[in-house]
Design a protein around this ligand. Structure first.
Ligand SMILES: *[C@@H]1O[C@H](CO)[C@@H](O)[C@H](O)[C@H]1NC(C)=O
Ligand SMILES: *[C@@H]1O[C@H](CO)[C@@H](O)[C@H](O)[C@H]1NC(C)=O
Ligand SMILES: *[C@@H]1O[C@H](CO)[C@@H](O)[C@H](O)[C@H]1NC(C)=O
Ligand SMILES: *[C@@H]1O[C@H](CO)[C@@H](O)[C@H](O)[C@H]1NC(C)=O
Ligand SMILES: *[C@@H]1O[C@H](CO)[C@@H](O)[C@H](O)[C@H]1NC(C)=O
Ligand SMILES: *[C@@H]1O[C@H](CO)[C@@H](O)[C@H](O)[C@H]1NC(C)=O
Ligand SMILES: *[C@@H]1O[C@H](CO)[C@@H](O)[C@H](O)[C@H]1NC(C)=O
Ligand SMILES: *[C@@H]1O[C@H](CO)[C@@H](O)[C@H](O)[C@H]1NC(C)=O
Length: 430
């Protein structure tokens, strides 16, 4: 109770979600079951994933959460006496508490899933109206992270206007809708929407537990979450679901590139879970991972770690990108400094911005992306990059780790189809 009061005070004062022990300050790193297994889950997959995080060196690289997605509970009932969710003991023989203990014993943390509706997306009991009971249950089980989805919202909780959700909107200019369909009156305060309120109720339920539970919104970018996400949760989804198609990855990259002003310590725009390992090429895996890390999205691996090829594990462990994501001194993400094919600020799902940079403790991260289906030469011209200028800089290639020495004025590179070249540009030459 004392702790609840303490957190509550912090919230009303700073309007931001600050948790103990820096939980949620930096983008979350971990693994989630959905992209690998969807509903077909059993405890052994989670224990295997956790063990693999340890064995493959991913835990040492910073990955810490092992997250259970949809389908973990009894599909038909809550407990008749307590109204608690009941773990499916065919899937989790020792209950979620038993799984949590095993994950914690490996030095990792565990996440759970529900929806701010009557049922989850796969039709399991969900949390609206039961927020306090569910939060208390998860805290008792030792849960460290909640992904909170947006399916099956009761009629009286829906919103008349949904805000500008970029997907499938032909009227977008610069990432913003221009027609009024589905939109709210101008100046509408989305923090007063039913959507924001549904997510705040669970925030408060989690905060009144004596446990730090990272709160991750999965509200699909609706209700202009950019206006209220930072005061509600540690991260918020900016789009609908990812899938392992290259075109989908580019669509999300393009959309999120327009939302990065809202990202800093304690609040992260979630570009959805990683598809590395799920059939995209190694070049595409490099691009996907590099930009998700550079945008400071949460990085949740979504593949079977027993099958994933070594070169893809190496992408997931890239020390330069993980250091950028987890930089304790610089909270802002990398941003485009030039679009490339199209004029700057063009919203185009096939041609997202190609030239990006971001400041970090060890210099400027520079990414050069090739959206074409063949190799293209690209140039990082130091004079064009924020914080740099014409002159000489010490450059390291983030993929090979090679020290390129003192580089004069610019870097010229041939970038393969769908690949991204990346450099850490130090403050000056030694
Ligand atoms: C528990 O999961 C199994 C699949 O592993 C499923 O057949 C069964 O119907 C589930 N039980 C409940 C009560 O949801
Ligand atoms: C919707 O109905 C439920 C159950 O009656 C009620 O608890 C809740 O406050 C209502 N929501 C809104 C936004 O009025
Ligand atoms: C797009 O948005 C950016 C950032 O808000 C702004 O600098 C730029 O001028 C805008 N471009 C257009 C065409 O509106
Ligand atoms: C809260 O949790 C901590 C750490 O687990 C424990 O030491 C403390 O007694 C708990 N406080 C209350 C009020 O339950
Ligand atoms: C989100 O809130 C935190 C904590 O108050 C603050 O440090 C951060 O700058 C905020 N993010 C943005 C983009 O304003
Ligand atoms: C900076 O370099 C140090 C030493 O190699 C490393 O430990 C740290 O993670 C790096 N940080 C960033 C943001 O690159
Ligand atoms: C996206 O940009 C490309 C390259 O300029 C252009 O050919 C294509 O028509 C654009 N797509 C849309 C939907 O505007
Ligand atoms: C690359 O090839 C795919 C599949 O043939 C095609 O749909 C896409 O438009 C091509 N992209 C570019 C940038 O040419």
């Amino acid at each position: 109770m004392l702790l609840a009061f303490f957190f509550g005070t912090l919230i009303s004062r700073s309007s931001s979600l600050i948790l103990k022990d820096d939980v949620g300050k930096l983008p979350a790193l971990g693994w989630n079951s959905w992209n690998a297994y969807h509903c077909d889950i059993t405890e052994s997959q989670f224990i295997t994933a956790a063990q693999k995080l340890v064995d493959l060196g991913l835990k040492d690289a910073g990955y810490e959460y092992v997250n259970i997605d949809d389908c973990w509970s009894d599909k038909d009932h809550r407990d008749a006496d307590t109204n608690r969710l009941i773990p499916n003991t065919t899937r989790f023989p020792d209950g979620i508490k038993g799984t949590a203990d095993k994950i914690h014993d490996l030095g990792l943390k565990i996440g759970i899933y529900s929806s701010a509706g009557t049922k989850t997306c796969a039709g399991y009991p969900a949390s609206i109206g039961y927020e306090d009971i569910d939060a208390a249950t998860w805290a008792e089980w030792g849960i460290d992270y909640l992904k909170y989805d947006n399916c099956n919202v009761p009629q009286n909780w829906t919103d008349e206007c949904r805000g500008c959700v970029p997907e499938n909107r032909p009227d977008l200019v610069n990432g913003t809708c221009t027609s009024t369909t589905d939109l709210c009156p101008s100046g509408y305060d989305f923090s007063q929407s039913n959507t924001a309120e549904r997510y705040r109720i669970m925030r408060d339920a989690l905060l009144s537990q004596n446990r730090s539970i990272l709160y991750s919104l999965c509200e699909w970018g609706e209700a202009s979450v950019q206006q209220w996400g930072n005061s509600t949760a540690s991260s918020w989804r900016m789009s609908g679901d990812i899938d392992p198609a290259w075109s989908r990855i580019l669509t999300i990259l393009n959309e999120n590139s327009f939302y990065l002003n809202n990202v800093d310590f304690w609040g992260h725009s979630d570009a959805d879970m990683l598809e590395v390992g799920n059939g995209i090429s190694i070049e595409e895996a490099r691009t996907h991972f590099a930009f998700w890390a550079a945008m400071k999205s949460p990085l949740l691996i979504g593949t079977d770690l027993e099958q994933v090829p070594r070169d893809e594990v190496d992408v997931l462990k890239n020390s330069y990108l993980l250091a950028f994501s987890q930089d304790g001194l610089y909270g802002k993400p990398a941003m485009p400094y030039k679009w490339g094919t199209n004029p700057d600020w063009t919203f185009n799902a096939s041609f997202p911005a190609e030239y990006w940079s971001g400041a970090s403790s060890n210099g400027t991260l520079v990414l050069l992306f090739n959206p074409y289906n063949d190799t293209r030469s690209k140039t990082a011209d130091f004079g064009e990059i924020p914080g740099l200028g014409d002159g000489k800089y010490q450059v390291t290639d983030i993929w090979s780790g090679k020290d390129m020495g003192c580089v004069d004025w610019k870097i010229d590179v041939d970038v393969e189809a769908h690949d991204t070249a990346g450099y850490l540009v130090g403050d000056g030459c030694y």
